[in-house]
Design a protein. Structure first.
Length: 163
């Protein structure tokens, strides 16, 4: 998504939303309670988790970005610095993170019920095998990195002085 949407997408917010979504199964795994994929792994729940994540994480990512901006030697600095993260970008990135998370988990986890409260059916379960899903995800990542490598201008970020 970062390769396609550029500055309209925050990879940091996307990652924060992924972690927030998996707090639920983490808790239920820790408590040895089944099913582990409950309300946060529904599309309705994912919207709530995404918006909540954006509200909580945006000020934190902006503050971290301001501190990191001062570190000129930080690897991947242009990707990680988020002190100018807009609310629109934050919410979009968080929603893409949570909704895609539910979609992928509904393909691979038998206890996921992504369409609740409307139905308990999981029509996505087993759409492809888990190994195939992993290969497709890695492949998408490789294609995205190649796209970024060969389509983005090289050199310092805007306002950055190259030494």
């Amino acid at each position: 998504m970062k390769a396609c949407l550029g500055r309209s997408f925050s990879f940091s917010m996307f990652c924060a939303a992924q972690v927030a979504t998996d707090l639920e199964p983490g808790y239920f795994l820790w408590r040895h309670r089944y099913p582990v994929h409950r309300w946060a792994h529904t599309y309705v729940g994912a919207v709530g988790v995404g918006i909540l994540t954006a509200l909580v994480a945006t000020p934190l990512l902006r503050a971290i970005g301001r501190r990191w901006r001062a570190s000129a030697d930080l690897p991947f600095r242009r990707w990680l610095v988020a002190d100018t993260l807009s609310w629109r970008t934050a919410i979009l990135s968080a929603l893409i993170g949570t909704l895609s998370h539910v979609w992928l988990d509904s393909i691979m986890h038998g206890d996921a019920r992504p369409l609740r409260p409307f139905t308990d059916a999981n029509v996505m379960l087993g759409l492809v095998s888990v190994p195939t899903l992993h290969v497709l995800c890695v492949g998408a990542g490789i294609v995205s990195l190649l796209y970024l490598r060969f389509t983005r201008p090289r050199g310092p970020a805007p306002g950055e002085v190259k030494e």
